[in-house]
Design a protein around this ligand. Structure first.
Ligand code: BEZ
Length: 220
């Protein structure tokens, strides 16, 4: 069976975390939620990533987005590790829960296993997977990195902003888009509809094909 991917409903898994027992659907409730996995506690790249996610907490709060980390060690180990994370990224407070998955059940269900990484006992390890889940519990975006490559939290915020805008309006965000840039009108919107839907107007790119499919507009 193919693993969890865009469009799938996340499974309602349940596990202990640094903030108590979590049932995933209840945790998401009706918020956008970012679920991100880490190969292991007390590992260098993960320590920097969890600290940076915590340092950006206000940015996530502003957007009404919940965070949930997952790592394979137990809650006691996570709590000890948090002391290192907070010391390494001064001023950060790890306020989001980190789920414990010592039996690797959650990471399997969430398609977060790295096929190339094993712990010293031969048990599978999580990749650096990150799912952005909509309030309806569907995966809207997945990033998948190997253990050896840390993520970029600015990119996580950027794609989140794209998802928040494109879930509200019939637009898409073009290459290297960042907030404040123009967006493009979705191809499913006809020219007549576009005129009504985007009273602020739009500019069509002049293309050799003469086709009118690349239409830039300001965020409604
Ligand atoms: C890290 O977080 O630094 C890491 C974890 C597993 C393999 C390689 C790097």
């Amino acid at each position: 069976m193919p693993g969890l991917t865009i469009g799938d409903t996340i499974p309602n898994v349940e596990a202990d975390s640094t903030r108590g027992r979590i049932r995933l659907h209840e945790y998401v409730d009706d918020s956008w939620t970012i679920i991100f996995s880490h190969p292991g506690d007390f590992t260098p790249v993960c320590t920097t990533e969890l600290g940076k996610m915590a340092a950006y907490q206000q940015e996530f709060d502003k957007r009404g987005v919940k965070l949930l980390g997952i790592s394979c060690d137990d809650v006691h180990c996570h709590n000890e590790w948090i002391k290192d994370i907070e010391a390494h990224t001064p001023g950060c407070k790890v306020a989001y829960p980190i789920m414990a998955d010592p039996n690797r059940e959650i990471i399997k269900e969430l398609n977060m296993i790295d096929p190339d990484e094993r712990d010293p006992h031969g048990k599978p390890l999580p990749s650096r997977a990150l799912h952005i889940v909509a309030p309806n519990k569907q995966v809207k975006l997945s990033l998948l990195y190997p253990a050896t490559t840390g993520r970029n939290v600015d990119e996580v915020i950027r794609v989140l902003d794209s998802l928040l805008i494109t879930s509200k309006h019939k637009v898409a965000t073009p290459v290297n888009w960042k907030p404040g840039d123009k967006v493009v009108i979705s191809p499913s919107v006809s020219s007549d509809e576009a005129k009504k839907m985007f009273p602020q107007g739009y500019e069509s790119a002049k293309l050799p094909s003469g086709k009118d499919y690349l239409r830039y507009t300001n965020v409604p």
